[in-house]
Design a protein around this ligand. Structure first.
Ligand code: GAP
Length: 443
């Protein structure tokens, strides 16, 4: 029972080891806002790079974009967000607590104060944050913080097409912040008002969309196994008619088994020509079209979208990697089995003693590795304790430098997952670690 992965254990490890801190903690915290500490920043950056490589560099027909967070307000009218991006809310007239009407039984007592029949009629509450550009706070300056990164891609369709000489089918990928005034924000960084998305819009010829939809579903699921996630912790969930977003013809969530149950991690959506056509109409310019160079036929492309949460993926990776492993003798070690490519620290350099030139040799090895990997040097405490500290932050390799290292130029490499050890020449350590990381398989 004690070995179960719980959100409390993840939150506590994240705070203790510097992955994630409560925002503005010194002032009592800000609800639903979190800051990424030194290790969390590395982990998030590595996951972003892993996704970017998988989605752009590995495909010769997917290019990148980095659009602004604030966009012309008409974008959100065209996209349907002004009209449709809302949750139905009710207030308890007795204790004034606000709930999402679709998440409670509005005929029952208030879950907060127990009052019966105390709810107001449901009202739609738009999830977009708004602010004002310029010194005057009036409707002319009204702008929204983007609730998804996707629209930056759609409105730049023509710019990318003309500047990059891409041909259909092709994709545009983007990673960036998105904002939603979520009513229910719990479960740590799972659902927050400020978060990051990794999205890709794939433009294809109408009629080929179903084929591409299947392609991207498969590709995205395979990506998670390449990231080392347990396949039994992932599944597809197809949206029913009542779940489909206003833009979607068909949609599948990739769900992960979080400590609180199966929850959405990523959406693969068939968006048809909804967005491009709406921007054509709302802008009054019929620019977002494609002229097929082979057939001379002009059409509005269809879109398959893959939309993953970056901050949510950080939580997923932490939950899936976490293990309290019982060792011989009843001892328990906490390990994060990160894929080496996303591990915040790749290797720790540990001199066995701080004298006789061992520490200097270890510093030299650290310097050699540092140009290739994020490494950590630790010379304090018993070696066993130092190994455990590295296991707990998911460092895949510990490099121990001892008296033999001075004699024969070898060091001990210790693997995080198996705890096996091997002597390796220090001079070939970089190549050794690089090829071992490539061959990594999750146990
Ligand atoms: N462009 C389509 C779109 O935004 P979505 O299903 O609303 O689709 C996609 O969001 C992904 O963004 C989700 O699967 C989730 O990983 C992440 N996400 C959405 N809202 C979030 C929130 N409030 N906090 C953290 N991640 C969120």
């Amino acid at each position: 029972m004690g070995k179960e992965v719980t959100m409390d254990k993840i939150v506590s490890l994240c705070k203790r080891r510097g992955f994630v801190f409560q925002s503005s903690e010194i002032y009592g915290g800000l609800s639903s806002a979190w800051d990424y500490g030194p290790l969390g920043t590395e982990l998030k950056q590595n996951i972003r790079d892993f996704w970017w490589k998988a989605m752009t560099r590995m495909h010769d027909n997917i290019v990148g974009l980095d659009a602004a967070i604030m966009m012309h307000p008409k974008v959100w009218e065209a996209s349907g967000h002004v009209e449709n991006f809302s949750d139905p809310l009710v207030d308890c007239k007795s204790c004034k607590t606000r709930f999402r009407a679709d998440q409670i039984d509005t005929g029952a007592p208030c879950p907060q104060c127990g009052a019966v029949g105390s709810f107001t009629e449901p009202r739609d509450f738009n999830l977009m944050f708004s602010t004002y550009l310029g010194p005057v706070k009036d409707e002319n300056g009204l702008v929204y913080l983007r609730p998804e990164t996707a629209q930056g891609i759609f409105v730049n369709f023509k710019n990318v097409l003309q500047s990059s000489r891409v041909k259909i089918p092709f994709g545009i990928a983007q990673v960036g912040k998105a904002f939603r005034n979520e009513i229910v924000t719990k479960n740590f960084i799972f659902r927050t008002c400020e978060f990051e998305q990794m999205e890709m819009q794939f433009f294809c010829k109408p009629g080929t969309d179903e084929e591409w939809f299947e392609y991207w579903k498969k590709e995205r699921m395979e990506y998670y196994s390449r990231l080392g996630i347990h396949p039994e912790h992932l599944r597809f969930h197809r949206h029913g008619a009542d779940e489909l977003a206003h833009y979607a013809k068909d949609a599948f969530d990739i769900q992960f088994l979080f400590p609180m149950g199966w929850q959405e991690l990523e959406g693969v959506h068939s968006r048809t020509d909804f967005d491009l056509s709406r921007h054509n109409r709302f802008s009054g310019k019929n620019e977002l079209t494609y002229l097929d160079p082979d057939t001379n036929e002009r059409y509005v492309p269809y879109v398959i979208e893959t939309s993953a949460g970056l901050t949510r993926t950080v939580l997923m990776v932490l939950c899936d990697a976490y293990e309290e492993e019982e060792l011989d003798g009843g001892d328990v070690r906490t390990v994060l089995h990160f894929h080496p490519e996303v591990a915040p620290v790749k290797a720790a350099v540990l001199p066995l003693v701080k004298k006789d030139g061992i520490d200097e040799l270890a510093r030299k090895i650290e310097a050699d590795l540092r140009s290739e990997f994020n490494v950590f040097y630790d010379q304090s405490g018993a070696i066993g304790r130092r190994y455990r500290r590295m296991d707990e932050i998911g460092t895949p390799y510990c490099i121990t430098v001892d008296y033999d290292s001075k004699e024969d130029g070898t060091v001990t490499v210790r693997w995080r997952d198996s705890m096996e050890q091997k002597r390796v020449p220090a001079s070939s350590l970089v190549e050794f670690l690089r090829s071992d990381m490539k061959a990594y398989k999750r146990v």
